[in-house]
Design a protein. Structure first.
Lengths: 258, 305
């Protein structure tokens, strides 16, 4: 079983964001980067399949981006990936989902992967497109937003999360691209011995030009902080005084303390 | 500018969110036609053209067939914009349609600014203007962002679509109903919710204690539930419960759009957050800039007096 997991490295979403000098993306300075949360579920599911098959699977972890993304690839390898592929691209922020999917498709096309996992979206761009476009480009079946995954032979039975708590059960044959929703499994923490083993694993690097031949189909004209509508009354200062202030407001504005 | 609006249909019913597509097209000032893959009895109340394909024949969920139907409707309508809801259905189908057409897709549109598409980024902390470079484009719009005002009315002119039978690579087995809720948050007067900003599972106890002191229930955001800190029955948001209590206290909740969708109609909203710029401030009446784990126990202690 040949498995590809496509991951992205994104900023910690608890960060305070600033717009960069070009005004079209966020300023990456002072941000801590980590593996896109949705992709952690993708890596975990791939590793679980390898375990289910008694090790008879080969997992490639791929990421596109500047040098920093190697950290995320290594984390994926420490979780159980067999090999890392770094597609070196210093212009990641300018790529649109079409270009990213085309790049991955060009890498994957001749390699006959049985299963391709990715997160259902990235936390920064949140386009929810790359996995489904990739499936279309490779001619693979595509199942999105999965919170359940069961492999039997070459048949997958999966649960898709819909709205309002409803789920859909779907079944499909490999090869397939699947996109992972939060809660699909419980991603493992890499153990120290497994982190040490990463050094012995293969980490390939390619310039993005090896795979990227497509122009972007969308353009970001501008990025900005949302306009403050100024609805909230903002309280700042000493904690004890804040608590008193807040309780006074609740007494005045609501009926819950009466 | 011609839009083809792709209705949402599930378990034999047209979903109301479909009408938001009309609101979006009106905001753009574009011509409108709709596509329903469903039953004719569920056709939207809309006085324009509705392309109709029978879900009895093609299935409610069958991405291969639905893609062909959308492409056929877009071809007949000569649609410039093919508009989906930003939902599990749109996430699945829009990129496959766009890739088939080799056209641009703009996802999660939350606004229209000078006829351009405004989309959310980084957990709604940033916005960007994203513009298609191709003449045709697929779009997904954020539910709730363009709220349909007024009563839907009108009788559609139905035009049927049939497509040749083709392979269905994804077999739809069935629906699984929402888990039975042990806790009906909708009945609570006060909800105090824990977001990821509370830091760790142990800290949830302090949030629950404040909820109790206020005579309310504990709520939670999706990441907190997924991390196993709080049970799913407490989850507030588009994939949890939708609530409108008299008082909603959001502790360490940044304000992701799907959480806001579940609580923004609360009568009074207090947010406690270290980050003054957190998007929760957009819906809150009061934003207390403080460390949750300092302020919450202080509040609980003062309430006990």
């Amino acid at each position: 079983m040949k498995i590809l997991v496509c991951i992205k490295q994104v900023p910690d979403m608890e960060s305070r964001f600033k717009v960069n000098a070009d005004g079209v993306w966020y300023d990456e300075r002072d941000l801590a980067f980590r593996m896109n949360e949705y992709d952690e579920y993708a890596v975990e599911q791939a590793v679980r399949i390898k375990e289910q098959l008694g090790g008879a699977a080969d997992i490639t972890i791929l990421s596109i981006g500047p040098a920093r993304v190697v950290e995320a690839i290594k984390k994926g390898m420490a979780m159980g990936g067999d090999r890392g592929v770094h597609v070196k691209d210093d212009s990641l922020a300018q790529r649109d989902p079409w270009q990213l999917a085309s790049t991955i498709a060009a890498f994957a096309r001749s390699k006959n992967f049985d299963l391709i996992f990715t997160g259902m979206q990235s936390q920064d761009r949140g386009s929810t497109q790359v996995g489904a476009i990739l499936a279309e480009l490779l001619g693979y079946a595509c199942a999105t937003t999965l919170i359940g995954f069961e492999l039997n032979g070459d048949v997958v039975t999966a649960r898709r999360e819909l709205e309002g708590g409803v789920k859909a059960i779907v079944r499909f044959r490999l090869p397939a691209v699947v996109t992972c929703q939060l809660g699909l499994n419980t991603p493992r923490y890499p153990t120290l011995p497994n982190i040490m083993k990463v050094r012995q694993k293969e980490l390939l690097a390619f310039p993005v030009a090896d795979f990227l031949t497509e122009e972007s189909l969308t353009i970001t004209e501008k990025m900005y902080l949302p306009e403050k509508k100024g609805r909230a009354r903002v309280l700042e200062g000493d904690v004890s005084q804040l608590a008193d202030q807040l309780l006074a407001i609740l007494k005045e504005k609501t009926t819950v303390l009466r | 500018m011609k839009t083809l609006l792709i209705c949402e249909y599930r378990q034999g019913k047209l979903l109301d969110v479909s009408y938001e597509l009309l609101a979006f097209a009106e905001r753009l000032g574009a011509d409108k036609a709709m596509l329903l893959i469903g039953d004719e009895s569920q056709a939207p109340k809309f006085g324009g053209k509705v392309y109709l394909a029978d879900a009895g024949k093609y299935g409610e969920y069958n991405p291969d067939a639905h893609k062909q139907i959308v492409l056929e409707a877009a071809r007949r309508e000569q649609a410039d914009l093919i508009v989906f809801v930003h939902s599990s259905y749109g996430w699945d189908l829009a990129p496959q349609v766009a890739a088939s057409l080799r056209c641009a897709q703009v996802s999660e549109i939350v606004g229209v600014v000078e006829s351009k598409f405004e989309v959310a980024a980084c957990n709604a902390k940033l916005r960007r203007i994203a513009t298609p470079k191709t003449p045709q484009a697929a779009l997904t719009i954020q539910a709730g962002a363009f709220g349909y005002r007024g009563e839907a009315q009108g009788t559609p002119q139905i035009e049927r679509i049939e497509i040749p039978a083709g392979p269905a690579r994804i077999e739809f087995v069935g629906y699984e109903a929402a888990e039975k809720k042990e806790l009906d948050l909708a009945k609570a007067d006060v909800i105090v919710s824990a977001g990821r900003g509370v830091g760790k599972k142990d800290n949830v106890t302090a949030i629950a204690a404040l909820a109790k002191a206020l005579g309310g229930e504990l709520g939670a955001t999706r990441p907190v539930v997924d991390a196993g800190w709080v049970e799913h029955s407490h989850q507030v948001g588009s994939t949890g419960q939708v609530v409108s209590p008299k008082l909603y206290v959001a502790c360490g909740v940044s304000g992701a759009i799907h959480h806001l969708a579940g609580m923004k109609n609360s009568e009074f909203i207090v947010a406690i957050n270290k980050d003054k710029d957190a998007p929760i401030g957009e819906v809150a009446d009061v934003l207390v800039v403080a460390d949750v784990m300092q302020l919450v126990p202080a509040l609980t202690a003062k309430l006990a007096k």
